[in-house]
Design a binder for this molecule. Structure first.
Ligand SMILES: [Zn+2]
Length: 247
């Protein structure tokens, strides 16, 4: 049967591609990292070819976990793919589900924002990570958790793990009016991930303990005026604030 590629890259003798219709560029990058391939870093440095518009999740993931990408007109894209597949071994990539057990017992609910934030901090510590995140509903019930594991898998930032854990348990987008409590301000990839998997992105509330002034966080759909924000054409953003502990 003929393949219907939506994004691909060539690395040495392999042709890595996906047929995913939703967010092909991020599906390709994420699956390469999730596969645990020892050369994931080298593979994702190759130019990715695609033919659709990029959503915020693809734009953010390209910035944080890959290197370069080129959009080609559909017929040129297919021609390029067909000429490569004759010479290379095909490696197909799909969206992969993952679930990560918490390293510490998880409370079912929290008293308030301070209590939630101290659990996110404990989570970061217990997982030997610099960042911990949790998702709670508007009654402070715990919905999901994550920490940063990007040394092994560049895509696995804490917020991405929060969403992966949620998707694996509930098989649907995160509900309206959730609160993301995170120890570090989300980067462009995490912002795109939250956007892609939220029922209503603008009803999400984001509370972070530490500002991230790096380029990955400051050029994000969550930062009005930034390039990615302008590209996204979003008009309503989640409410975001820095956590200040009650005296
Ligand atoms: Zn991130």
């Amino acid at each position: 049967m003929a393949l219907s590629p939506t994004a691909f890259l060539v690395h040495q003798g392999d042709l890595h591609f996906t047929e995913s219709i939703t967010n092909p560029v991020s599906t390709l990058i994420e699956s390469i990292w999730d596969s645990g391939h020892q050369f994931a870093r080298a593979i994702t440095r190759n130019r990715i070819y695609f033919h659709q518009d990029l959503d915020p999740i693809c734009e953010g993931m390209l910035k944080v976990a890959a290197k370069r990408a080129t959009r080609l007109p559909f017929h040129e894209f297919l021609k390029h793919f067909d000429s490569e597949i004759e010479k290379k071994s095909p490696v197909q990539h799909h969206h992969q589900s993952r679930f990560f057990e918490s390293p510490i017992p998880t409370p079912t609910s929290f008293r308030d924002i301070d209590h939630s934030m101290s659990f996110a901090m404990e989570l970061a510590k217990a997982s030997n990570s610099s960042v911990g995140s949790i998702l709670i509903d508007d009654h402070f019930n715990l919905i999901s958790w994550g920490w940063n594991d990007h040394f092994k898998n560049r895509v696995l930032h804490a917020e991405v793990m929060v969403i992966k854990n949620y998707l694996q348990q509930f098989k649907k987008k995160i509900p309206e009016k959730c609160l993301l409590i995170t120890t570090l301000q989300p980067c462009a990839m995490c912002a795109g991930y939250l956007h892609a998997y939220s029922e209503d992105f603008s009803s999400l509330r984001i509370i972070f303990s530490k500002e991230d002034l790096g380029r990955f966080a400051q050029n994000s759909i969550l930062i009005p005026g930034s390039d990615l924000y302008k590209k996204s054409k979003l008009t309503k953003l989640p409410c975001q604030s820095k956590h200040t502990k009650k005296p």
